[in-house]
Design a protein around this ligand. Structure first.
Ligand code: MUC
Ligand code: MG
Length: 379
């Protein structure tokens, strides 16, 4: 039986197409951790672990993701068989606490390899199998400027690329944020769905006021308005407001999903493979949501092509995906890292159909952009 005989990791820094302004950080670049596995038959599996804004979004950084894999996870999977990915990741989970993004990157690479060996896409290896071939994709307006955001949204509508827009707020006073969002809602009218993400930056009183005002200007949902561990306050806000609250940072896998569902803390879950700790854990989050009558949204950590393809493989198995996805990460970057870019058309992303996660890296790009390269590339 084939076994894993090589585990490599590398970090790639790619500038964003414009500054991406979130409540806790302004991104000028994205740092992508790539994992490559090779088995004893020479077959490769690839995975990605990516976070947002260094350590400002969560407890893992690009550097800690790489270190956790190199030092602690790689020795646990070296010489393991190439099938039984779920059982292998359970063993890893017993030896490595937390580090969900690192685990997701490794699990993705294991699933990619398993899918290639079996000749099937990863969507056939998880959940109940693939039920959709394309996914609606939102775009985030986060330039910090109302007129520029409206122009960006109009361009996306013209190109038929996005008709769902997520606005990053929470940095300015509540009334200023609502004025910004209201102007965008008025400009787009019923041509688009407008949502907001506060990235935990309000307290309960601000959230109460903000959610009421955002409902009045026509916003469709409010993502993570308050701190991720403020579950009683999330439940009070969900009970008080018609506008649905979507959990994001509060959701670090099935246990959080169960706690939020049990306390009616959110009406929508942003399911993220990285934050959940891998595709299987994210699938469990989705199953809990379904059982509780909570709507599903396919979230992102602004991954590049590998992580985005892996997320798409999982979201393609969700029977219901009422709120669409935000799998636009590669489009925010100035460099395409895939040999064949993902296909976005008619407001949707086509789920790759090839074996594994269905994408491969542009090796020249990776060699040129990897952080640890020692020699300049000669053109
Ligand atoms: C987040 O908090 O949801 C997703 C889209 C985006 O622009 O930022 C991310 C992070
Ligand atoms: Mg969010």
């Amino acid at each position: 039986m084939a076994s894993i005989c090589q585990v490599d990791t590398l970090i790639i820094d790619v500038p964003t197409i414009r500054p991406h302004i979130l409540a806790m950080a302004t991104m000028h670049q994205q740092s992508i951790v790539i994992v490559r596995l090779r088995d004893s038959d020479g077959i490769e599996g690839i995975g990605e672990g990516t976070t947002i804004g260094g350590l400002s979004y969560g407890e893992e950084s690009p550097e800690s993701i790489k270190l956790a894999i190199d030092t602690y996870i790689a020795p646990l999977i070296l010489n393991a068989g190439t099938v039984g990915v779920s059982a292998l990741m359970r063993r890893v989970g017993k030896m490595v606490r937390g580090n969900h993004i690192a685990k997701c990157a490794v699990e993705t690479a294991l699933l990619d390899l398993a899918g290639k060996r079996l000749g099937v896409p990863v969507s056939e290896l998880i959940g109940g199998g693939r039920v959709r071939e394309s996914l609606p994709v939102a775009w985030t307006l986060a330039s910090g400027d109302t007129a520029r955001d409206i122009a960006e949204a109009e361009a996306m509508l013209d190109q038929r690329r996005h008709r769902i827009f997520k606005l990053k707020i929470g940095k300015r006073a509540v009334a200023d944020d609502v004025a910004h969002v209201g102007a965008i809602c008025r400009a787009l009218g019923d041509r688009a769905s407008v949502r907001v993400d506060v990235n935990q930056n309000w307290d309960e009183a601000q959230a109460d006021r903000g959610m009421g005002m955002l409902f009045d200007v026509g916003v469709d949902l409010v993502e993570q308005p308050i701190a991720r561990d403020a579950l009683p306050a999330m439940a009070r806000l969900s009970a008080r407001h018609t506008i649905p609250l979507m959990a994001d940072e509060a959701l670090h896998g099935p246990r959080d999903a169960f706690a939020i569902a049990a306390t009616a803390g959110a009406r929508i879950f942003a399911v993220k493979i990285a934050q959940s700790g891998g595709l299987h854990a994210a699938n469990d989050v989705a199953r809990i949501a379904e059982a509780a009558g909570i709507g599903l949204y396919g979230g992102t950590m602004l991954e590049a092509g590998v992580g985005t393809a892996a997320s798409a493989q999982l979201f393609a198995t969700f029977p219901s995906l009422a709120w669409g996805t935000e799998l636009f990460g590669p489009l925010l970057l100035t460099e395409e890292l895939l040999a064949e870019p993902l296909a976005y058309a008619d407001f949707e992303l086509a789920v790759p159909t090839g074996p594994g996660i269905g994408v491969s890296l542009d090796e020249d790009k990776v060699a040129r952009l990897r952080r640890d390269r020692t020699a300049p590339i000669l053109h």
